[in-house]
Write a protein that binds this ligand. Sequence first.
Ligand code: FAD
Ligand code: MG
Length: 296
Amino acid sequence: MQYDVIIVGGSYAGLAAGLPLARARRKVLVVDGGRRRNRRADRSHGFLTRDGTRAAEIAALGREQLLAYETVSWLDGQAAGARRTADGYTVEIDGGEPRHARRLVLATGVADRLPELPGLAERWGTHVFHCPYCHGYELNRGRIGVLATSALSMHLALLLPDWGPTTFFLNGAFEPDAAQAAQLEARGVAVERERIARIDGELDLAMRDGRTVRLDGLFVPTRIDAGGPVAAALGCEFDDSPYGRVLRTDAMKATSVPGVYACGDAARPGGSVPLAVADGAVAGAAAHQSLIFGGH
Ligand code: FAD
Ligand code: MG
């Protein structure tokens, strides 16, 4: 079966990319591994008309509406690689038959790498977050911590006081210089130099000196990995961002490889559900038009 477009990744960006293609009655295959970035968070915030809706519900409704178009098919699975053919691409599927399409859309998201700290990963998405716009308001101006991983954590530490009294846990990862210390003081951020041994209870930071610091929310910048086997096999170019590399795309979400588009968190630093949907809409329409006009 030859598809017009294979979309790798069937979350917000990939689903949004599918819609303009489906509505042009193009043959689309969505291949999805089912690991949305926000799968550990219950509710999603900040998407117009869906503020506070369950993250899974937004994705499920998007999938249902896309699959209602009869030219769209869905494959639960993992794309393991891809190669160029005379008229498009062959996508390798883990444990399945390869699939062929004239164009590809990569909507594969990112993997978040958290710093090593016992108890941190288990609380990711419920008490530990990276984005105050997504989960800050619900902390009801409670006690907030920012965990330093490098100088990049300064940005979060200076933002968070708008959401509640903020303590910056340097944890041996970063030491502010005089100018940075003045910035933190001006924003009313308390600085804690004692290291954290582990996290207990809901969000009780067990400090190495024996104290326990109870928080309502802890923010930490993650390292993002937007790689993945398909982009690697195709030789897509990346842009560096402070948090990790993302796929390089132009204004139409075309990657450096002709006929391959990318959207969502995989192709922008600091993504969100609304941005993934917007990027997906652009990538889907651009992939469609390239089937007619050629070029990128
Ligand atoms: P993802 O949603 O990450 O989806 C990528 C999909 O591609 C996955 O289903 C994955 O399985 C699939 N995939 C990857 N590689 C392959 C492959 N090789 N083969 C097949 N499938 C593959 N944003 C908000 O706007 N509001 C919020 O409240 C919010 N809360 C968040 C809370 C947490 C804890 C986190 C981590 C993020 C949150 N975000 C929030 C950000 C949001 O989750 C992302 O911006 C959004 O999920 C990006 O959508 P995407 O479609 O680009 O990627
Ligand atoms: Mg269908």
